[in-house]
Design a binder for this molecule. Structure first.
Ligand code: HAM
Length: 420
C-alpha cells in the first residue's frame, strides 16, 4: 500500500526549505524592528472560540472548519486562522495589564476545508501579527508598513495595497438596514447562503462567492458612503498616515473581508500577476473582538499573509533566495587510516560551527569527488596516507580552483579564518 499526502496538503521538501527559512527570518526581523515579539499558540482550540471570534455566518466557520470531538467528548477545531487564538491567549494570560500596545507576531499552519486550487490549500501557512490597545489610525498605517517593508526586503514588486473602512457597529447597523432595503426585492433570486445572510449579516452578501459577480451585488450601496463621523475621521487619519510615509494604496469599497470580527480599517495586498488567489495578505481592525471573547473592551488590529501565496508570487517575479550553504567543506578520504583523522577534524570543525561533510557511504575516491562536485560545497580537502605522513593538506576553492597548502595541526584554525 502506498500513502499519499492528503488533498490540499503539501510536503515542504528539504530542496525548497531554504526559501521558507529566508522568508521566516526576514518576517521575524521586520516584526522585531517594529517592537513585535513572537507568540506560539496551539494548533487546536475549543470550537466555540472560532464560532464566536471569527463569526458564525462566515464561510470559514459554517463550511470550512476541521471540527471533531476528542476522546473526552470536547468539540475541538483545528485553527482556521490565528487571530482568535491570539485573542484567547491575550485574555487568558492577562496581557491587558502589559504596556500598550501589546504586539505579537506568529508563523502558523492553518486549516480550512476549501475547494483546493492553486494557492488555495486545506493546510497552509500564515505569517501574521496582532496588536492590542491602540485605537489608531497611526497603528493601522504602521502595520501596513510592516507588510510593505517585508515585501521590499524579500524583493517583491507590484503588490497592490487596497484599503477600505467597514465602520463601527453603529454605522454598520444603519448600513445593514439600507442594504436590506436594497436587496429585499432581489433576495428570493439569490443563492441559499445569501438568503440566510440577508437575515443574519447582509454585509456578507457583498463578497458571496456565488452571487458576488452579479450586477445587483456589484451596484449595492457601499458601506464607505455611510460611515459615521468618527469612522470617517479614522479613515482619513489612516490615509494621511500612509501618505506621510509614501505608501501607495487604492480605496476599494468592495473589501469586506471574509471574517466577521472586523471594524473600521480593512486592507488587502493583492498580486497584480496572480489571478483569483491573488490576495497575499489581508487584515484589519477588530475593536470589538476582545470583549466579544470575554475580555475587557480593547481595540485590536492585525493581518495575516499566506506563505504559499507569498512564495508563489516570489517565484513568479523571479526572486532568487540564497540557499543554505552552512556546509563549507567536503573532506574526502583516500585511505582507511585517513578516516580516523577526518572524523576528528570534522568533529572539531563542527564544534567551531563550521559545517563540513565527509563520506558516509563507503564511496570510492572517484565517487567522493563526483559527490563533492555535485553538492556545491564550496571547499574541498583530500586526505590520504601522503597527507598523514607530511602533515599537510591542500584546501581547494571549488569556484576558483585555487589550492592552498594547510598544516593538519592548524587545519581548524585555517578554516575558521578562510572558508566561512
Ligand atoms: P484571511 O484573509 O482569511 O485573514 O487569510 C489571510 C491570508 O491567508 C490570505 O490573504 C491568503 O494569503 C492566506 N490564505 C487564506 N486561506 C488560504 C488557503 N486556503 N490556502 C492558502 N492560503 C490561504 C485571516 O486569516 C485573518 N486572521 C487575518 C487577520 C489577522 N486579521 C486581523 N488579524
Amino acid at each position: 500500500m502506498r500513502f499519499a499526502a492528503q488533498k490540499g496538503t503539501k510536503d515542504i521538501l528539504p530542496a525548497d526549505i531554504y526559501k521558507w527559512h529566508k522568508a521566516e527570518k526576514v518576517f521575524a526581523g521586520v516584526c522585531h524592528d517594529f517592537g513585535y515579539e513572537e507568540i506560539r499558540i496551539p494548533t487546536f482550540e475549543q470550537t466555540d472560540l472560532f464560532a464566536r471570534g471569527v463569526g458564525d455566518t462566515t464561510d470559514v466557520v459554517t463550511k470550512e472548519m476541521y471540527t471533531f470531538n476528542d476522546k473526552g467528548g470536547r468539540s475541538i477545531t483545528l485553527r482556521p486562522e490565528g487571530t482568535a487564538g491570539v485573542v484567547r491567549s491575550y485574555i487568558e494570560n492577562g496581557m491587558g495589564s502589559l504596556p500598550s500596545p501589546v504586539r505579537m507576531f506568529y508563523n502558523i499552519t492553518a486549516f480550512r476545508y476549501e475547494n483546493v486550487q492553486k494557492g488555495r490549500m486545506r493546510e497552509f501557512h500564515q505569517f501574521g501579527l496582532e496588536a492590542f490597545g491602540s485605537e489608531g489610525p497611526a497603528i493601522d498605517a504602521e502595520i501596513i508598513s510592516i507588510v510593505d517593508i517585508f515585501f521590499k526586503k524579500i524583493g517583491l514588486k507590484s503588490i497592490k495595497l487596497c484599503i477600505n473602512s467597514i465602520g463601527c457597529p453603529a454605522c454598520r447597523k444603519k448600513y445593514n438596514e439600507i442594504l436590506k432595503d436594497y436587496f429585499r426585492p432581489h433576495v428570493s433570486g439569490m443563492c441559499e447562503d445569501c438568503r440566510t445572510r440577508f437575515e443574519r449579516n447582509p454585509l456578507r452578501m457583498i463578497d458571496c462567492k456565488i452571487d458576488g459577480e452579479k450586477e445587483i451585488v456589484k451596484s449595492a450601496p457601499r458601506l464607505i458612503d455611510y460611515l459615521c463621523d468618527d469612522c470617517k475621521a479614522h479613515f482619513e487619519g489612516l490615509k494621511a498616515n500612509l501618505d506621510a510615509v509614501g505608501i501607495r494604496y487604492e480605496i476599494d469599497p468592495n473589501i469586506v473581508r471574509g471574517l466577521d470580527y472586523y471594524t473600521r480599517t480593512v486592507f488587502e495586498f493583492v498580486s497584480e500577476n496572480v489571478g483569483t488567489q491573488g490576495t497575499i495578505c489581508g487584515g484589519g481592525r477588530y475593536d470589538g473582538l476582545v470583549e466579544n471573547c470575554g475580555g475587557a473592551a480593547t481595540p485590536g488590529i492585525g493581518f495575516a499573509m499566506g506563505v504559499e501565496r507569498l512564495l508563489m508570487e516570489a517565484e513568479a517575479q523571479g526572486i532568487v533566495f540564497d540557499k543554505n550553504d552552512s556546509v563549507r567543506i567536503y573532506i574526502a578520504g583516500m585511505s582507511e587510516a585517513a578516516g580516523a583523522k577526518i572524523a576528528k577534524l570534522c568533529y572539531d570543525l563542527r564544534l567551531e560551527g563550521i559545517g563540513c561533510e565527509t563520506d558516509l557511504m563507503k564511496r570510492s575516491f572517484k565517487a567522493q569527488m563526483k559527490y563533492a562536485g555535485k553538492s556545491g560545497i564550496p571547499f574541498l580537502a583530500v586526505i590520504g596516507d601522503d597527507e598523514l605522513a607530511s602533515g599537510e593538506v591542500k584546501v581547494k576553492n571549488m569556484a576558483t580552483g585555487e589550492e592552498t597548502p594547510v598544516r593538519l595541526d592548524g587545519f581548524v584554525e585555517y578554516c575558521k579564518g578562510n572558508i566561512v
